[in-house]
Write a protein that binds this ligand. Structure first.
Ligand code: CA
Length: 220
């Protein structure tokens, strides 16, 4: 999943950026509100972590503009402002959750999973589709009840497909979800990962729609 981190504090930004990458998220980090808005115009994200006190444009303004433009990406506000009024304004402006600094990364990651689950209308933490199951908390993947060892990128790609079973994702969309800006996309990486996943799971686990992209079929 690709995450936009909007944070002007260098130390906090670096810590969150690194922790998210370690948790296998693709992360783009911007340091002011205007750049955040520009970025959201051209790039799709699974989630936004948004600081409120930002240069150029306040986080609350960013959030209001996003929602006005019908951008419904889940947003978690991360801020040092602990006044009740600020929290209420943030939630009223369309934030999905709120974290006060200083925070523990374990909590940030747990809140992110919860928000993504709620937005996706998924009740439990585990994604299941037929005999395939994926647990976003433990990162365990199993096929036919058998645990499978996946690399970080294999996991990210499978997660992107399993969050939206039945949806066809193009190569560019998949690359988007598994790489951040400053990471160089290796050529044919999507084909390579799909090949590896099919080998580890089953040849039918991921379907190719010729000329369009790949999907995990929706199964009970
Ligand atoms: Ca700030």
């Amino acid at each position: 999943m690709r995450v936009l981190l909007v944070e002007d504090d260098r130390m906090i930004g670096e810590a969150v950026d690194q922790a998210l990458k370690e948790a296998t998220y693709a992360v783009d980090w911007v340091r002011d509100g205007q750049t955040a808005l520009n970025t959201l115009e051209t790039q799709d994200y699974g989630l936004v972590l948004l600081d409120l006190g930002l240069p150029k444009k306040d986080g609350l303004e960013v959030l209001q503009s996003m929602r006005l433009r019908k951008n419904n990406v889940p947003v978690i506000i991360i801020t040092a402002r602990d006044a009740l009024e600020e929290r209420v304004r943030g939630l009223d402006a369309g934030a999905d959750d709120y974290l006060l600094k200083p925070f523990e990364m374990a909590e940030v990651l747990a809140r992110m999973r919860a928000v993504v689950r709620r937005k996706g209308g998924i009740a439990g933490p585990t994604l299941t589709n037929g005999v395939l199951s994926l647990d976003p908390v433990t990162r365990e993947v199993s096929f036919n009840g058998e645990p499978k060892q996946l690399s970080a990128r294999e996991y990210s790609l499978l997660h992107a497909l399993m969050v939206r079973p039945g949806a066809i994702l193009s190569r560019a969309e998949l690359e988007d979800r598994i790489y951040g800006w400053n990471e160089e996309v290796e050529s044919n990486v999507v084909e390579f990962l799909i090949h590896a996943l099919r080998k580890k799971l089953s040849a039918e686990a991921i379907k190719n729609v010729r000329g369009v992209g790949w999907m995990v079929s929706r199964e009970k």
